[in-house]
Ligand binder design. Structure first.
Ligand code: BES
Ligand code: MN
Ligand code: ZN
Length: 489
């Protein structure tokens, strides 16, 4: 697993600028006084830097965007990256600036001149996040990233501020690795093993096998996995950093390691994308990792339902009726609406066992949420304004798109079945909402709950500010912040 890019924090030493190899990144703003480092580099490069900063092109950049001076005279470095960043930049601008460095960071190494900038730690975080690379399946020459050195006026205080951020970056990377991993590697067994390995970090990890799930009555979850060679599993991860005996907050994730659709099989084109159908479970795992790494002062339990949805002689059929752990029966109209069947049982189990103070589930649940919101926002559904608003505020602060969607009885009525307590689909119209209604049937009315449909945000086909194309790790930052703000004050 690639670790977050390690960054060396050092005191300012301007005498090394002439000889530094690789790239040098500097911060500037058109109408603000240039820093000592920029002035020194400008002298060494015979005024190239001040020309760049005074240029029309630089004036057109947005905060956090950069311009490259390649092979400038007078210094050993191959390039100077001039980043537009005002002295009073906010967190998002500083992360974006760091991401500009991370995106172009190569094998020769990078020297970042953060100098006295107040947002140096955010810059480092953005850099590490964007430098992520999933290359474990590329053979041949591995291009290991070069070292990153950040020079700052107060390197110790920057390092101190960056330490908890490194825990977040590592959680995000854990999620991204899981989501990027193909399904022949990340089987239910392999997934569970990677979670069990987190016991080293102080998490309690239990793996519930099929026999146990059968005893618990998880007929909805087991029905989904019964066509696969990979056994279904529920993994429970507990972080007990809060007051002893205090009820935990629960995070629940859909972990469909591959979704063929089952007997209601999906079209061939694009089916390979369904390796990411464990994205909800991936985010839960990433958050648990971050909480453990930064020794969060909160009690949080993470539960994931790990299954594979395959067509097979033993697979469940459209029309089958299964019984959930709650006791309600479900007519499986479409075996491709499997995520909600998995979550129904894990949600119920979480409430029965842990009596959580609240819970949030994440799932790559519906294509319909992508039609509604595109790839910019996760669909947020909730039975509780207080928890929902707290989550939306956390997501906003972290720059992760999230948009609340409506719920209501009229949508719920679409799930009525002729022969069972409910159907697992409510039709094409409002498909993301009827899926949420289905989940809500397995949430006790007094438990504050949010459902996050991350089908559009877990994986992107193009680069985003903080991630190269592929898995984003959407939600790890927001959930970590929510837990910090709500339970650790
Ligand atoms: N895993 C899919 C949803 C999905 C679609 C995630 C695209 C990411 C990208 C889910 O299990 C599914 O197949 N949903 C169906 C539900 C339908 C059968 C009611 C869908 O959205 O088409
Ligand atoms: Mn499906
Ligand atoms: Zn699915």
């Amino acid at each position: 697993m690639p670790n977050p890019l390690p960054i060396q924090f050092q005191a300012l030493d301007l005498d090394t600028l002439a000889t530094a190899k690789g790239r040098i990144a500097v911060l500037a703003e058109p109408d603000q006084a240039t820093s000592a480092g920029v002035r020194r580099l400008d002298r060494l490069t015979k005024g190239a830097l001040s020309r760049a900063i005074g240029s029309e092109a630089f004036a057109k950049l947005k905060p956090g965007e950069a311009l490259d001076l390649t092979y400038p005279p007078g210094i050993a470095a191959d390039a100077v990256q001039v980043i537009r960043l005002p002295k009073k930049a906010d967190q998002a601008q500083a992360r974006k600036a760091g991401a500009a460095v991370g995106r172009s960071h190569g094998t020769a190494g990078t020297l970042v001149l953060a100098e006295a900038h107040a947002r140096a730690a955010d810059l480092a975080f953005g850099l590490a996040m964007r430098a992520y690379d999933f290359n474990t399946h590329k053979t041949g020459e591995k291009t290991a990233p070069g070292p990153v050195t950040m020079m700052a006026a107060k390197p110790e205080s920057v390092a101190r501020a960056a330490a908890p951020m490194a825990a977040v970056a590592e959680g995000v990377f854990f999620t991204r690795d899981l989501v990027n991993e193909p399904a022949n590697v990340l089987t239910t067994h392999d997934f569970a093993a990677r979670l069990a390995a987190m016991q080293e970090l102080g998490l309690d990890v239990e793996i519930l096998e099929e026999e146990e799930l059968m005893k618990l009555g998880m007929g909805a979850l087991l029905g989904v996995g019964q066509g696969s060679e990979s056994p279904s599993k529920v993994v429970v991860m507990q972080w007990k950093g809060g007051k002893k005996g205090e009820a935990p907050f629960a995070l629940i994730g859909k972990g469909v390691v591959f979704d063929t659709g089952g007997i209601s099989i999906k079209p061939a084109a694009g089916m390979e994308e369904m390796t990411m159908d464990m994205g909800g479970a991936g985010v839960v795992a990433g958050v648990m990792r971050t909480l453990a790494l930064r020794k969060a002062k909160a009690n949080v339990v993470g539960l994931v339902g790990l299954v594979e949805n395959m067509p097979d002689g033993r697979a469940q059929r459209p029309g089958d009726v299964v019984k959930s752990m709650k006791g309600d029966t479900i007519e499986v109209i479409n075996t491709d609406a499997e995520g909600r069947l998995v979550l129904a049982d894990v949600l119920w189990y979480a409430q029965e066992r842990f009596k959580p103070v609240g819970m949030i589930n994440l799932a790559t649940l519906t294509g319909a949420v992508i039609i509604a919101l595109g790839h910019e926002n996760t669909g947020v559904f909730s039975n509780n304004d207080d928890l929902c608003n707290a989550f939306l505020a956390a997501a906003k602060a972290e720059g992760e798109g999230a948009w609340r969607m409506p719920m209501g009885e009229a949508y719920d009525a679409k799930l009525k079945s002729r022969i069972a307590d409910m159907m697992n689909v409510g039709g094409r119209d409002g498909g993301a909402i009827t899926a949420a209604q289905f989940l809500q049937r397995f949430v006790k009315p007094d438990v504050p709950w949010c459902h996050l449909d991350i089908a559009g945000t877990a994986l992107l086909k193009s680069d985003s500010t903080l991630a190269p194309k592929g898995a984003t790790g959407w939600g790890v930052m927001s959930l970590d912040r929510l837990i910090r703000d709500r339970f650790e004050k």
